[in-house]
Write a protein that binds this ligand. Structure first.
Ligand code: SF4
Length: 66
């Protein structure tokens, strides 16, 4: 069963410093944030937690923590 993003997740993510968006990815350009792998990352770059229209988390499978 998929669980949409909820307050519990947000609380735990902040407590554990969960990072997974372009802002913390080694592939993001340090100057403008564009993806060096040319993935269209406008949404992932801006979001603290990127979600789809049903509130489910969106992950990039190429993410690598800086
Ligand atoms: S590899 Fe994925 S997470 Fe990393 S910058 Fe590109 S789009 Fe963002």
């Amino acid at each position: 069963m998929r669980r949409p993003l909820d307050q519990r997740f947000l609380d735990e993510a902040r407590e554990l410093d969960f990072r997974y968006t372009c802002r913390d990815c080694i592939h993001a350009c340090p100057f403008d944030g564009h993806c060096s792998l040319l993935y269209p990352n406008d949404e992932l770059l801006r979001a603290e937690f990127a979600v789809d229209s049903e509130g489910r988390l969106i992950f990039c499978k190429y993410f690598e923590l800086t």
